[in-house]
Design a protein. Structure first.
Length: 134
């Protein structure tokens, strides 16, 4: 399983190097829109605070997910609107218990001037700047 994941990551890297900027830009935009969509629960097939079965089926560790998303974000043909927030969320995801999308929401809220992000997610509530609603 791990070998397949590594080969898949290598294939993704090769496709990104050879792909056109417009295709990659659209791919990233579509992916991020889906992640940030209000219907995250349905997309991930998991309730807040649960690990998505989609991630379980892939079998990637947090480190592998971090490396794959970091590799994608660093491609010269990929342009992110909020690079600092994405990288900070990736670093927090690698070290912390919450999901990447939750950390991204936290850092986007901070960048927009929020003092704290209110959440029902127990794992995200452990992060500085987040507070759990009961």
């Amino acid at each position: 399983m791990a070998r397949d994941s590594v080969e898949g990551l290598a294939a993704l890297g090769k496709a990104l190097e050879e792909g056109s900027g417009d295709f990659l830009r659209q791919l990233v935009m579509t992916t991020l829109e889906r992640i940030m969509d209000s219907d995250v629960t349905a997309l991930c097939q998991a309730e807040a605070g649960e690990r998505s079965p989609l991630l379980k089926s892939v079998g990637w560790s947090r480190l592998q997910i971090h490396q794959a998303l970091t590799t994608l974000a660093q491609q010269p043909t990929v342009h992110l609107d909020r690079t600092v927030e994405v990288q900070t969320a990736l670093d927090d995801f690698k070290a912390g218990p919450a999901d990447f999308a939750d950390y991204l929401a936290l850092h986007q809220a901070r960048s927009l001037g929020a003092r704290k992000l209110l959440t029902f997610d127990r794992k995200l509530a452990k992060a500085a700047g987040a507070e759990r609603l009961q």
